[in-house]
Ligand binder design. Structure first.
Ligand SMILES: NC(=O)c1ccc[n+]([C@@H]2O[C@H](COP(=O)([O-])OP(=O)(O)OC[C@H]3O[C@@H](n4cnc5c(N)ncnc54)[C@H](O)[C@@H]3O)[C@@H](O)[C@H]2O)c1
Length: 431
């Protein structure tokens, strides 16, 4: 492929050397003459381990050139990889001015050259609305359309400075958000020869994968540091604690607990989170992130109550009330709290939870006395009684088969189980 790399900073320079190494014909473009001169002489404009050799070889073999002229770059390419910077503005927002200028210049260049096919791939980190604006700017400035020859893709970058060349050839994943007739095929050819799981999404979702990654990494660092602070204050070896923590690949270093869903609850998490918050306050250790977890979880509960109230249902049915499937334990179940709030507001509320039905009352004690008046015998009778169903537990497919749940039913699915989409007016919590 003939590729123009726009922006010769860290990402652009590494992309130039590595794409040329893969066999592509690459032309680097920058507004900074020093970077252009360096690359044109076969030297990388940035210092990165292993890059100098790749750039020198590609230069010698004639597969890597550089220019400051957008028309020259476009004439020598069918694809542009935009790698300009998106630094912070003083207000914290991302400054997208370099991106807008670069994409507009590419569009105008395509128009001047009378090109009818071209694909622009944005590697810079930016938010979904910026991608939408860039797509519009590219179409307007080039005069081309996505239904014909124009292609656009977001392709977030997962390189780490210091090991960028190594990461380029062994990325954790490849993610594209492609738009336009031939854009997906162009994306597929770009990294041919690199073995990594590849995902195609819409441009905005691809962009958010990058932000989610970076936020998660920042959260991990902060988590380790705050546990370190806590251990230090409690006279415990934080390195020993985190070493064992990291050995747990079932619950800790795994995909568990990472899907957007219901607030946490139950007999352990809320009380243990509170206990650590309490001890850290007592010792005056400012665990800013960990101390915020409880408040964040409470906000999720408030949000759910507000959402149900806004729908103004005749009767609300809970499919599952305990904090998770497989146990009747109601201690600090967020759903029980939501139920109580709704009852206090005068809402009609019903519950179907098979394990709660097995709870036996003795003559002098009923562990679920508060709930008895609300219990439904089965899912079918819950569906008959309620127009708004909150699904907190999936309960097995056979329970749902043959149920009469029509358009008049609102189904708020906290389990995000696609199988339930066939029922009523289906809503996932975060969609
Ligand atoms: N540095 C990293 O490790 C890293 C990792 C992943 C993602 N990213 C993202 O990649 C993007 C680039 O980051 P970077 O660190 O390589 O930036 P950088 O500041 O090192 O380089 C940006 C380059 O773009 C050039 N430029 C600006 N406007 C231009 C234009 N109109 N035409 C041509 N060139 C232009 C600048 O002169 C500069 O050389 C950012 O969005 C960043 O968030 C960076």
């Amino acid at each position: 492929m003939k590729i123009a790399v726009v922006g010769l900073g860290y990402i652009g320079s590494v992309s130039c050397g590595c794409l040329a190494h893969l066999g592509h014909e690459v032309v680097g473009l920058d507004i900074d003459p020093h970077k252009v001169d360096a690359l044109a002489e076969g030297r990388p404009p940035v210092i990165e381990q292993g890059l100098a050799a790749l750039v020198a070889t590609a230069h010698q073999e004639g597969r890597l050139t550089a220019t400051h002229d957008v028309d020259v770059a476009l004439a020598g390419s069918d694809v542009a990889l935009v790698c300009v910077a998106t630094p912070s503005r003083p207000d914290g927002g991302a400054d997208d001015s370099q991106l807008i200028a670069a994409v507009e210049a590419i569009g105008q260049g395509l128009r001047r050259a009378g090109r009818d096919t071209y694909t622009v791939i944005v590697r810079s980190t930016c938010l979904p609305d910026v991608h939408r604006r860039l797509q519009a700017i590219l179409a307007t400035s080039s005069g081309l359309s996505y239904e014909q020859g124009l292609g656009y893709a977001s392709n977030p970058e997962f390189l780490r400075e210091g090991s960028a060349v190594e990461d380029f050839f062994a990325p954790p994943k490849i993610v594209f958000g492609a738009r336009g007739k031939g854009a997906e095929a162009v994306c597929r050819d770009l990294y041919l020869g690199i073995a990594a799981e590849t995902f195609f999404m819409d441009p905005g979702a691809a962009a958010l994968v990058k932000y989610a990654d970076n936020y998660y990494h920042a959260v991990k660092v902060t988590f380790g540091n705050e546990i370190g602070l806590l251990c230090q204050q409690l006279g415990v070896d934080p390195y020993a604690v985190m070493d064992v923590f990291c050995k747990d690949r079932k619950l800790n270093i795994s995909s568990r607990y990472l899907r957007p869903g219901a607030p946490f609850g139950g007999s352990c998490l809320p009380k243990d989170v509170r206990a650590l918050r309490h001890v850290s306050r007592e010792m005056d250790v400012p665990l800013k992130m960990l101390q915020g977890v409880d408040a964040s979880n409470r906000y999720q509960i408030e949000r759910l109550v507000a959402r149900i109230e806004a729908a103004d249902p005749v009767a609300v049915g809970f499919v599952g009330l305990s904090f998770k499937e497989g146990t009747p334990d109601l201690r600090e179940s967020p759903f029980l709290e939501i139920l109580r709030r709704l009852v206090a507001r005068g809402r009609v509320v019903r519950v179907y939870d098979p394990l709660l039905l097995e709870m036996v009352a003795t003559p002098d004690h009923d562990p679920i006395a508060e709930l008895r008046p609300h219990l439904a015998e089965d899912l079918a009778s819950l569906a008959v009684a309620c127009d708004y169903l909150i699904v907190t537990q999936k309960l097995g497919t056979q329970m749902w088969d043959g149920l009469q749940i029509g358009r008049e039913h609102h189904l708020l699915d906290l389990t995000a189980d696609a199988d339930l989409r066939r029922f009523g007016t289906y809503e996932e919590l975060y969609r």
